[in-house]
Every structure is written in structure tokens, then in C-alpha cells.
Design a protein around this ligand. Structure first.
Ligand code: NAP
Ligand code: MG
Length: 478
């Protein structure tokens, strides 16, 4: 099936002003790193260098933690909750005012389509700050006792798939609860975190309350191991999460880990078919599949398998892959060459293990990192593509006959972050949701996020919850 031809509809790149180089954001100002080498961040859709960014070494991390400690003791923890709320509201308003610019910056640095950064990421970032601003003077109702106290300095480490949204998930509840933070963005996507640093300056946030240290794994490790960090909040791979849990074992640091996933998206024969197809597509192709809670394992009831697959393939043929800044783009660039190599490798393993691979005909740009939307059929539970996180636009399809079999297959994974159920029957939704070992279960929808709703995993998907009242508890001493 041919695609509609669309004229190019590029968002303007000129509305964002990217500096050629950035320092670290420590104690309210941008400073030079003392013990790391600068590194470059590129646009994954063109491989163009966007800016040079400082790498924070252990001495820089120490400076940032000291600034955060001082701000915690002298300013932020003693401040009345209603006053902290004003800063958070101000930050939320500034994010809204600068939302177009932030969306372009996010799409440039990360590769995600502007439609998503503009309509999903950045609005949710603002929503998180608004939501937690509302909590700052009501902490005694958060479920952490009558007089809950902040933990102190939080060391926060985030991945590259939702750079600014993960920053908001980390910083908004921490600040509302009276903690100060040192945050390390991912190496490939530091730019919106640095723009956020400017927003903190614009909001007159007291120096040291938010510190941003850019760098790679080494910087994250220095932050985790710093003796004066009271709380470590990490989102990323299960492998690094494990290393972090080991590094803090025996210390009195509190830890929350948001790790990987391999979610089942379960389609029953009575599901509303058109919505279901959209839900499958949104579940796995949203954000190029770089989503920890992506619906990467499609479980289809055998009786509707042929119809679902035929319609899914037809719909996939209409997805537009290309320039992230084009408003008609559905699938943008893969975030890095390393991630592209990982997706290619696992897809090859899928073929080698005997699954059948299919992608629509699709022209990929010559420059940059790209992978076509892909579906594997004939997948068995033992296949690596059914067990491991691919973190790309690749869907593995399995079948089932009965609800009990669907539950068993859905839960047959070391992960437990999310799941989806598509059916007409409310009773079945409730029954299934009770059986599924997943932190979030969506019914007749997928990849819906809301600041009021807790998010987090079971099993190897991590522990602790972010979002909602539960997200505050992780930053309060009981
Ligand atoms: P990653 O390699 O674990 O990296 C995550 C962050 O940790 C990055 O900032 C990374 O730095 C840093 N880091 C790496 N090694 C470290 C160490 N030894 N100590 C401290 N920090 C270290 O994960 P990724 O490949 O970037 O992200 C993909 C993974 O994140 C997927 O598995 C996905 O499922 C998971 N994820 C989970 C959630 C959730 O909410 N559960 C959300 C999004 C993503 P550099 O990247 O700069 O090297
Ligand atoms: Mg980048």
C-alpha cells in the first residue's frame, strides 16, 4: 500500500539557540569542569555536532554535591513548603513559555519526532512541575507520617530516551519534598537538561538547589559513590541498576531503580480492532521503541491472529520514518550508533533463531541512525527477541488461546514494568490486571502517562515508584 504524499512541514530550527559549548551547572552558575575532557553531542538524524559539553569528574561531582548540601541545609529544607511551591510553579510556567524551543531542542539532540516532543514530552514535563508544586505545602498528607522530612541530597541519573521528561520525574518530586539535587543526564542527550539549568536561573531558584553534571557512566558512578549523597534515583538498564544496588549496599543511602521491561500487549478476539491496531503501533513505535514500558511482545488470540497481523502490516506501511523536525514524521532517528548496532544485532538473532522478519518498504535517510519499523512472527517464548529488551522499533508476535495462557505467557519474563489488555469485557480487564505481574497495566490504551499516576516495576524492572503521591514517598523520611 502506498503512503500519502505529504509536503515537508519542518518545524523551525531557528527558534533554538544552541551554544557551541556548555559548562557544568553548579551552585547556580555554569562552571568549567576541572577533571574531565569535553565531549560532543550529535543530532542522531544527521550526525551533525550540536555542541561540546563538559565531562564532570569526581572532583566536579564533589563540588556539585557540596553545593547541594549547603543549599539543603541553609535554604531549601528550612523554606516553607508554600514558598518552595512558588519556585516549582515558576519553573512549570517557564517550561510552558519555552515549550516550542524545548521541543525542538529535544528532537534535535535525541532524534524523536517533533510531534512527540511537542505534544507528549514537554507538556508532561510542565505537568509534573505543576503537579508537584501542588504537593509542596501538603506533605503531611503524602502518606509518609505527620511530619515528613526530606532526605537531603539526591543523586539522580537518567537515560537518553526521554531526556527532559525523566529529568522532571526526578527533580519535581525531590524539590517539592525539600531535597536538593545533583542530576546527571545521559551522555548523548544533555542539551535539554542544560536548558533546564537556564530555566532554574530564570526562576531565581536559590543556587545549589539544582545542579547538573554532564558526563558518561564514570560521572554517574562518582555521583552514586559520593559519601554525602543521601538518595540515589536511577533510571536506565537493569545491568547498571544492579551495579548501583551493589555500590550502595551497606551504606544508608536510599535507592529507587527504574529499569528495563519487556511488556506484553495482549489482544483478545473481542477487542475493538481499529483502536487495537493504533494501540499496538503506539505501544511499540512511539519514540522509536526506545521506551522501557514499550509493548514489545504482542500476544494475539489465535482466532484473530490473521486479521490483526494483516491490518497491522497495512498500518505499518503508512508510518513515515524520517526527519524528526518534520511535523508529519511518525518515527524519528535511533538515538545513537551504539543503540542502532544493538537493535541490528538482536534482530539478526531473531532471524537466526527462526522467526520471520517483516518491514514495510521504507526509504531511510542516508545520514544518521535509522531502523525501519519491524515485526517478527513465528516467535516462541524461548527466542531471545521474546525475552530481551531490544529498545527499538521491533515487535515480537506470539499467540495464545485462553486467558490463562495469555497470563502465563505475559508473566513469563524476568521483567515486570507494564502490560496492555485489549478486550471489550470489563470483567476480563479486571481479572487480567490482577494476574499480571506488572507495575502498570493499561486497558484498551497504551503508553499513557500522567503525573498523578505512580509508575514503576516488579522483578528486574526495579523498585520504587515515580509519579503521584507514591513518587513523593521516595524522597521523604518516614
Ligand atoms: P544505561 O546504560 O543504564 O544508562 C542510564 C544512565 O546511567 C545514563 O545516564 C548512563 O550514562 C548512566 N550510567 C552508565 N553506567 C553507569 C554507572 N556504572 N554508574 C552510574 N551511572 C551509570 O541505560 P541506557 O542504555 O542509557 O537506557 C536504556 C535503558 O533504560 C533501557 O534498559 C530501559 O528500559 C531503561 N529505562 C527505564 C525506564 C523506567 O522508567 N523504568 C525509563 C527509561 C529507560 P551514559 O548514558 O551517559 O553513559
Ligand atoms: Mg545527542
Amino acid at each position: 500500500m502506498s503512503r500519502f504524499e505529504y509536503a515537508p512541514a519542518p518545524e523551525s530550527r531557528a527558534i533554538v539557540d544552541i551554544k557551541s559549548s556548555y559548562g557544568l551547572f553548579i551552585n547556580g552558575g555554569f562552571v568549567e569542569a576541572t577533571d574531565g575532557k569535553p565531549f560532543k553531542t550529535v543530532s542522531p538524524s544527521s550526525e551533525e555536532v550540536l555542541a561540546e559539553v563538559s565531562e564532570a569528574g569526581p572532583a566536579d561531582v564533589d563540588r556539585a554535591v557540596r553545593a547541594a548540601r549547603k543549599a539543603f541545609d541553609k535554604v531549601w529544607a528550612p523554606m516553607a513548603g508554600r514558598d518552595r511551591a512558588k519556585y516549582l510553579f515558576r519553573i512549570a510556567r517557564l517550561i510552558q513559555e519555552r515549550s516550542r524551543e524545548l521541543a525542538v531542542l529535544e528532537s534535535l539532540d535525541n532524534g524523536k519526532p517533533i510531534r512527540e516532543s511537542r505534544d507528549v514530552d514537554i507538556p508532561l514535563v510542565a505537568a509534573h512541575f505543576f503537579y508537584y508544586a501542588g504537593w509542596a505545602d501538603k506533605l503531611e498528607y503524602a502518606g509518609a507520617g505527620e511530619d515528613p522530612q526530606p532526605l537531603g541530597v539526591a543523586g539522580q541519573i537518567i537515560p537518553w530516551n526521554f531526556p527532559m521528561l525523566m529529568l522532571a520525574w526526578k527533580i519535581a518530586p525531590a524539590l517539592a519534598a525539600g531535597n536538593t539535587v545533583v542530576l546527571k543526564p545521559a551522555e548523548t542527550t544533555p542539551l535539554t537538561a542544560l536548558a533546564f539549568a537556564e530555566i532554574c536561573q530564570q526562576a531565581d531558584l536559590p543556587p545549589g538547589v539544582v545542579n547538573i553534571v554532564t558526563g558518561a557512566g564514570r560521572t554517574g558512578q562518582a555521583l552514586v559513590e559520593h559519601p554525602d549523597v543521601d538518595k540515589v534515583a536511577f533510571t536506565g538498564s537493569t545491568e547498571v541498576g544492579r551495579a548501583i544496588a551493589k555500590a550502595v549496599a551497606g551504606s544508608d543511602k536510599k535507592v529507587t531503580l527504574e529499569l528495563g521491561g519487556k511488556a506484553a500487549n495482549i489482544v483478545f478476539e473481542d477487542a475493538p480492532i481499529d483502536q487495537t491496531i493504533e494501540g499496538i503501533v503506539n505501544g511499540i513505535f512511539f519514540n522509536q521503541g526506545h521506551v522501557c514500558c514499550a509493548g514489545s511482545r504482542l500476544l494475539v488470540q489465535e482466532s484473530v491472529y490473521d486479521e490483526v497481523l494483516a491490518r497491522l502490516k497495512r498500518r505499518m506501511s503508512t508510518l513515515r520514518v524520517g526527519d524528526p523536525l518534520d511535523k508529519n514524521t511518525d518515527i524519528g532517528a535511533i538515538n545513537s550508533s551504539a543503540q542502532l548496532a544493538k537493535i541490528r544485532e538482536l534482530s539478526q538473532i531473531g532471524e537466526d533463531e527462526g522467526a520471520e522478519r517483516w518491514s514495510p518498504e521504507c526509504e531511510l535517510p542516508a545520514e544518521g541512525y535509522w531502523f525501519p519499523p519491524t515485526v517478527f512472527t513465528g516467535v516462541s517464548q524461548a527466542h531471545r527477541i521474546a525475552r530481551e529488551e531490544i529498545f527499538g522499533p521491533v515487535l515480537s508476535v506470539l499467540t495464545f488461546r485462553t486467558p490463562a495462557e495469555a497470563v502465563e505467557k505475559a508473566n513469563n519474563t524476568p521483567f515486570g514494568l507494564s502490560a496492555g489488555i485489549w478486550t471489550d469485557k470489563g470483567s476480563r480487564i479486571l481479572w487480567m490486571a490482577n494476574q499480571l505481574r506488572a507495575g502498570v497495566v493499561w486497558a484498551n490504551t497504551f503508553n499513557r502517562f500522567d503525573p498523578t499516576s505512580p509508575f514503576g516495576g516488579y522483578k528486574e524492572s526495579g523498585y520504587g515508584r515515580e509519579g503521584g503521591r507514591h513518587g513523593l514517598e521516595a524522597y521523604l523520611a518516614h
